[in-house]
Ligand binder design. Structure first.
Ligand code: ZN
Length: 146
C-alpha cells in the first residue's frame, strides 16, 4: 500500500548562521533534523524530517563544489598542523616525522572532512537557490530511500 505523500513542514529557511551550525553538526541545514546520512560519504535522498531534497535534481556536478571545498579546507588544515609542529619544535624539527605526518594528514583529512563539506554545501546552496514546494513534489523520495 503506497504511503501518503508527506508535505514539507515549512519552506522558509532559517538564518544562514543557524544553517551553518546545523551543517557542522551533520544535521539537516534547514530543520536541524538528524538521520540524514546513509553512510559517512552519502546523504539520503531527502531529509526524513522536512523533506528538503538533498539531490537537487542536477547532474552529479552538483557535489563538485562540496568536493572542492572539502579538498581546500582539509589540505589547509593539514598544512596548518604541519606548520604548527614546525614552529613548536623549531630549531630541532624532525623533518622526516613532519613529512610523514603531512602525507598522512593530506590523505586522511579529506576523508574526515567530506561529510562536513557536503553538509556545508547543502547549507550554502539553499541560501542562493531556495527550495520550492514544486521542486520537492517533482523529486519525491523514492520508496525505501529515507
Ligand atoms: Zn530537514
Amino acid at each position: 500500500m503506497p504511503q501518503p505523500m508527506r508535505l514539507p513542514i515549512e519552506w522558509s529557511l532559517p538564518s544562514p548562521p543557524k544553517m551553518i551550525v546545523r551543517a557542522v553538526h551533520l544535521r539537516c541545514p534547514r530543520c536541524g533534523g538528524s538521520g540524514i546520512w546513509r553512510s559517512w560519504f552519502k546523504t539520503k535522498h531527502a531529509c526524513p524530517t522536512c523533506d528538503l531534497v538533498f539531490e537537487r535534481g542536477e547532474s552529479e556536478d552538483y557535489w563538485l563544489g562540496a568536493y572542492m571545498f572539502n579538498l581546500v579546507a582539509a589540505e589547509l588544515v593539514s598544512v596548518g598542523i604541519a606548520v604548527i609542529v614546525i614552529i613548536v619544535l623549531w630549531p630541532n624539527v624532525p623533518w622526516n616525522l613532519v613529512w610523514g605526518l603531512s602525507v598522512i594528514l593530506a590523505i586522511l583529512m579529506p576523508v574526515l572532512f567530506l561529510p562536513f563539506a557536503r553538509n556545508l554545501w547543502l547549507a550554502f546552496d539553499p541560501m542562493f537557490r531556495p527550495p520550492h514546494p514544486d521542486h520537492a513534489a517533482q523529486d519525491r523520495v523514492p520508496p525505501g530511500s529515507h
